[in-house]
Design a protein around this ligand. Structure first.
Ligand SMILES: [Zn+2]
Length: 308
């Protein structure tokens, strides 16, 4: 039996197990957790605020209720982790989240006890990707209150053999690191942004109904719910709100450390981006920065930040 056949046989076995027994949320849906989440997300929708009388939780909190908690570990029978171990043993050691689709059936209400099950939805591969050869593994989580389904999530990861490992074994095929770049996802919601960077403009999505600016881009206005959107061109000036110095893990094609900042734009939204002309010890919160554009190729120009 080939390695691929073994991987797919294990996938079929784990898929056949169906949903796990179900894991109870640590706490029932509760307003204090909703309050903290709203604050962390910058969500000011009065519908969910304490005292609104509705007692409903934002649907996108579904996963929050069943988080493992600090130091928590998935149960031994978790199908996603079972499949990941199979692929690790087969030499596909690296992992990259690729996409996540959530579906909300109804609002959760304060006091409800949530339970989550997990199942292995599909395993597809091997595929040749920019990251290396790998398998796409999709798991399906289902949230219940009693026997009622309240939300579902499909979560897909690429489990792959990192290119660098392949290159170490076959030095003749080593490519220049700068020829590889992790590419951001581009879709109908973000296209205007990447068209902007290619044209040397930093664009911020705006709501054509109420004028509110928002970042990251999305289909609907978080303030008024309108779908009609446009954009404004930012001045390109801002200040460092927060930052991280990324020293590990390795990033394909990049020398470390990389400095990543959350920038407060003059227009009132925040963006995450790389700070390119500063040493780690010299970064200061509040430091003024200006946008610059790094052209990668015809399809991609990345915004980066320099101290002004
Ligand atoms: Zn609006």
């Amino acid at each position: 039996m080939s390695l691929h056949d073994q991987v797919m046989a294990e996938a079929a076995r784990i898929q056949g197990l169906g949903e796990t027994a179900g894991r109870e949320a640590r706490d029932p849906v509760n307003q204090p957790t909703i309050n903290n989440w709203l604050e962390a997300m910058g969500n000011t929708n009065p519908r969910f605020a304490a005292g609104s009388g509705r007692g409903e939780a934002p649907p996108s909190m579904a996963q929050v209720w069943t988080m493992y908690g600090l130091g928590g570990k998935p149960p031994a029978d978790d199908p996603l982790h079972g499949m990941m171990n199979v692929l690790t043993d087969a030499g596909y050691t690296a992992v990259l989240g690729t996409n996540c689709e959530q579906e909300y059936v109804r609002y959760l209400r304060v006091g409800e006890q949530v339970r989550v099950t997990t199942a292995l939805d599909s395993v597809v591969g091997p595929k040749q990707t920019a990251m290396g050869e790998g398998y796409f593994v999709t798991s399906r989580s289902t949230w219940y209150v009693g026997s009622e389904v309240v939300a579902t999530m499909l979560f897909r990861v690429l489990k792959y053999k990192p290119r660098s490992v392949v290159e170490e074994r076959a030095p003749a095929s080593v490519s220049k690191p700068e020829t590889f770049v992790l590419r951001p996802m581009q879709n109908r919601d973000t296209e205007f942004f990447w068209d902007g960077t290619a044209a040397g403009e930093l664009r911020i999505q705006s709501c054509n109904a109420c004028g509110a600016l928002r970042f990251p881009p999305g289909p609907a206005c978080p303030d008024c719910g309108a779908l009609d959107r446009g954009h404004v061109v930012a001045s390109g000036r801002g200040t460092v709100f927060s930052y991280v110095v990324h020293r590990h893990p390795p990033v394909p094609g990049r020398d470390l450390p990389i400095l990543i900042a959350v920038v407060d734009l003059e227009e009132g939204v925040r963006m995450v981006g790389e700070l390119v002309n500063v040493e780690p010890d010299d970064i200061k919160i509040g430091m003024p920065v200006t946008v610059d554009f790094r052209r990668i190729d015809d399809d991609l120009t990345l915004p980066v930040w320099r101290t002004s």
